[in-house]
Write a protein that binds this ligand. Structure first.
Ligand code: AMP
Ligand code: GLY
Length: 428
């Protein structure tokens, strides 16, 4: 099987590595890729015609779409229309990530537990609503915002100003919703629009600095599985969240086939949905796929061709995986680029996955905010953590920074279901 992976991040590098381990795969091309992905093709992954032409030229048996942008732009529709098997939802179905208001509508239809929410297009009405709401306030821009369109905080003026700022753009809408209190879980499900196969639960670290301080980022690290999550949580989320949403999408006439990513808070009232994404998460994918023993291309092709019900149950490696992101100087506000990266000897069990990197002659230099994702697999979380940080110390990149506490509280047994989650002000 020849597989084309669209995207350029550590998620796509992880997908390429896992796909290459599948014995049925003869070639994996990542487009546009980065300095870590050996087989690349230059393409704008959000250009449906260019991607379709590339898939034809490569005679790809499967296209796996990494980021949300191409999905929302209809790349999966164009490929499907051209008769190419594609893992990724239609533009209509990708709205589950592309519009928070749409996601709320689907959840209401499907009876899925989520924060109560109201949608506003008028700043004055929104301010009046916030003034009588209970802190902490959660305000979200409606639309794709690369993780930066959400404000959570207890200061009414700041929340109101955030909403006003978003609504100053023509046609903008905001969603104001209740604060969900509890530790967060990212659960990915592979689906063909009918059958739902959950992967291992993971947790990511969205804030840039240790102890969850500083601004939100695309994600600074992740680990899987979650030792503190009860064994029945994944089946419960499948039953109460994933399957009902997949069924509702099909009943609406916009079946969701691809990767449904549920971001959940484990609250006192059970799992509640914070958000859906229409694609693999980054950096959670790095740890989830590191533990997958089943052939990945076979699984994704079954989802792409509507035959997931016949797929054998997934096999997972025992143990744990941890990934630590190495970010460029200045990330997330103003990341530096063009700095040389050198990687020393790595211990066994460690992969350095590339994100914002490119080749410059025979050097590898930084070219984005999240530069590398150092991923380790070991028999337990403590060992995986130690190995990942050993890998981080083997990397030289001027001015770079990483969190030092990825998976630390879980390793120490300090995460529990009853935890209250502090707001950003309470942490600083
Ligand atoms: P999102 O872009 O929707 O994933 O939001 C980014 C982050 O904001 C989430 O990972 C949560 O940490 C936080 N967040 C979003 N919505 C809520 C909510 N309703 N209650 C508490 N925290 C939230
Ligand atoms: N890890 C968060 C995301 O991929 O959106």
């Amino acid at each position: 099987m020849i597989v084309l992976v669209l995207g350029a991040g550590a998620r796509e590098h992880a997908l390429a590595l896992a796909l290459s381990r599948d014995p049925s795969v003869t070639r994996v091309v990542v487009a546009p890729g980065n300095a870590g992905t050996p087989d690349t093709a230059p393409v704008d992954p959000a250009d449906p015609a260019a991607v379709t032409a590339l898939a034809r030229e490569l005679a790809a048996d499967l296209v796996v779409v990494g980021p949300e942008g191409p999905l929302v732009a209809g790349v999966a529709d164009a490929l499907r229309d051209a008769g190419v098997a594609v893992f990724g939802p239609s533009a209509q179905a990708a709205r589950i990530e592309g519009s928070k208001a749409f996601a709320k509508e689907v959840m209401a239809q499907a009876g899925v537990p989520t924060a109560a929410a109201r949608v506003f297009d008028d700043a004055q009405a929104c301010a009046a609503h916030l003034a009588q709401a209970v802190a902490p306030y959660v305000v979200k821009a409606d639309g794709l915002a690369a993780g930066k369109g959400v404000h959570v905080g207890s200061d009414l003026e700041v929340a109101t100003a955030f909403a006003r700022d978003v609504l100053s753009a023509p046609g903008a809408r905001v969603v104001v919703e209740d604060f969900l209190d509890g530790p967060e879980v990212s659960l990915f499900a592979v689906t063909d629009g009918t059958t739902v196969v959950p992967l291992l639960p993971a947790q990511d670290f969205k804030r840039v600095f240790d102890q969850d301080t500083g601004p939100n980022t695309g994600g600074m690290g992740a680990y899987a599985p979650l030792p503190w999550l009860p064994a029945d949580a994944v089946p419960q989320i499948q039953r109460e969240v994933l399957q009902p949403v997949v069924d509702a999408m099909r009943e609406r006439g916009t079946p969701f086939a691809g990767l449904l990513y549920a971001g959940l808070a484990m609250t006192a009232r059970g799992p509640q949905v914070i958000e859906f994404n229409c694609r693999f998460g980054d950096p959670e994918t790095q740890v989830v796929l590191a533990l997958l023993d089943s052939p990945l291309a076979g699984l994704l092709r079954a989802a792409a061709t509507g035959t997931l019900a016949d797929h054998p149950p997934l096999a997972w490696r025992e143990g744990a995986a941890v990934t630590v992101v190495i970010a460029a100087e200045g990330y997330p506000a103003a990341p530096a680029s063009g700095d040389e990266i050198t990687i020393g000897a790595l211990p066994p069990g460690v992969d350095v996955l590339h994100a914002g990197t490119r080749r410059d002659g025979d050097r590898v230099v930084s070219s984005g905010g999240r530069v590398l994702s150092v991923t380790a697999v070991a028999d337990d979380l403590g060992q995986a953590r130690a190995l990942a940080y050993e890998g981080v110390s083997a990397v030289r990149l001027r001015g770079s920074h990483s969190r030092t506490d990825i998976a630390l509280r879980a390793q120490r047994g300090e995460v529990s279901l009853g935890d209250s989650v502090p707001t950003p002000e309470e942490r600083t």
